[in-house]
Structures are given as C-alpha cells and as structure tokens.
Design a protein around this ligand. Sequence first.
Ligand code: SF4
Length: 355
Amino acid sequence: MDQRSILTGVFEGRRLTEKEAAFLLREGDILALGFTANAIREKIFEDPDTVTFIIDRNINYTNICTSKCRFCAFYRDKSDPEAYLLTKDEVFEKIEETLELEGTQIMMQGGLHPDLKIDYYEDLFRSIKERYPITIHSLGAPEVAYVADISDISIDEALKRLKDAGLDSLPGAGAEILVDHYRKDVSPNKVSAKRWLDVMERAHILGIESTATMMMGGPETVEDRVEHMSKIRQLQDKTGGFRAFISWTYQPGYTELGGKTVSSREYLKTLAVARIFFDNIKHIQGSWVTQGKEIGQLSLAFGADDLGSIMIEENVVRATGVAYAMSKEEMVRLITATGKKAARRNTVYEVIERF
Ligand code: SF4
C-alpha cells in the first residue's frame, strides 16, 4: 500500500477502507496524517478557524456498580465504605453550581446500580427539568440496557420513557472497544458490542442523538481499533445520529487491568486517522482530559475541531490518579494560543458565545 495515494484519494472524497486505516495506524507518517486530517477539517467546516468547547458537569450520581470492568478505578461494591448514591438535593445543588458557571449540560453517569430501576431515572429527570433549564446529556448505552433489564422492559420502552422524562441525548460512554473478544477480557459483565450498537440505533430512531467514543490504549490491537471505528461508521450510515466521535486514552492508575499509558504520538496518530476515516461524522473531539492541555492544543492540528468540556467535575478519570482542571478563561487562552478562535457551544454544537 502507498500512503501518498491513499491520502490523496481520501482527500478527494474516496472513503478510507478498513485495511487502509489499519495500514495508516501501523505505518503511516504522523505528520502526513496530521496534515491530511487538518486539510479535511478545513474543507468541511465553513469557519475552520473556530474551535468549540462546552461548559458542563459530569455528575457521577453513584459509584456502586455490578459490572466491575477491569480498566475502571471508579466503581465500588454496595457494601464498600466508599460506596455512594447522591441524593436528589445533592444533584440539584450540583446543577445550580453548573448554571452559575454558565454550564448548559449535565452528564449524569454512574455505575450499574442494582436497585435503580426506570422509575428512579424518570423521577430524577422530571424533577430536574421542572426546576432547571439544562440539557440532560446523560447515561450511556450500558446504563440504558441495564436499567431496561432490571426493570423488565425493552430497550425501546426504556428509551421512550427516559426521553419523555427529559433525557435529551446520550453520551457515547461504555463503548471502549466494540469488539467482543476485547470486551470479554476487560469488561465481561458489560453489554456486548452488538447490544451497545442496538441501544444507539434504537435511540437514534427515537430521535435521541448521541456521541460515539473509543477508549484506546488498552489491550486492543490495531485491527480491533479499526473494527470499532468501522462499526460506528456503518451505524452512522444507517441513522446519522452520532454528533461526534470522541477518543481518549486508557488510564491504568489504580485499575485491576494495569498496564502502560499509550504515548501522545500514538494518540495523535489515531485521532488523525479517525478524522480521515469518519467521512460521515462531522465533529471529532480532542481530549485534554486524558492527554493534558498541550496535547489538547496539538490535537487541533490533527483533525479535532472541538475540545469538549471544561469539566466542572469529573470523577471517573480522576479515580485513576489523572486530574487536570480547566476554567473557561484557560480554555479560551489554550485555543487562541494555537492561532484559532474560541467559541462556546451547546450540546447540539450551536455556537452560543464567541471570544
Ligand atoms: S466503567 Fe462503568 S460499568 Fe465499568 S465498572 Fe466502571 S462504572 Fe461500572
């Protein structure tokens, strides 16, 4: 295979094949990949100099989880002294703080709690929407599937009821790598790849859009990474419901799985290949939360158009010992220092403030 002809072809609009993606991930020249990813970004955005971000808050409402994924340092058993479930008032307080800091979205994400059935979420979402003008971009496909199972209802019914109660959209959480031999190894109790995709497909059909994610740098192979991206691209061809693709790197601290952190070079290369691969997903997010601020800035030269959230609160990555904080002003400084223009967006990627 020849990198130059592959990259010229995709820049002219040809779809990257899975074999080519694996070749580029293995043998591609990082600078040529970055150059092409950036050129594609410049071609598809009306205002390619603008880089967006959002102010939101992760509300990890419970750390009690039956899944016990080997890469996770966040979950606790119900009997563990550190186990918690936030009260409604605690959730409300966090939302009020979020609104004070100009936040427009909450991401409620927790463990798979064995006692929280559908009526818990319906009541919580309704109470939030009655009180606050905030977007509920919450739960992941594993949580939706689990809640449906323990409530003895179908995925469709769970999604419809959650939507009626106020759920606006789904984060792409819990995808990790959508390849079953990988999932059996690192998260055997979590939904299969097919079920994750089924939940997303049903959600999109019901008008609940979502993002898609990939956790790279665990025990997956290059082929697994490509298969993961390919499954998401195929579903996007069908539904068009993924607003963004977000990849981040596995953080081994305090996890059962252990291992090493993937290099920033590997991260940036994969990010660039994602931009080239996803000819049907507009937004590709750079990760400063797992990669740090400087690599977050560099991601903007490797195809990313968005830096995600300033993360008023985040506990899942923090549990691995990795903690970066960011204010709105700092995010704006970070973006403008790269020569780009910073803009704050909402959940559906509309710009609501320019700097
Ligand atoms: S990653 Fe999520 S589902 Fe897995 S153990 Fe952690 S909290 Fe539970």
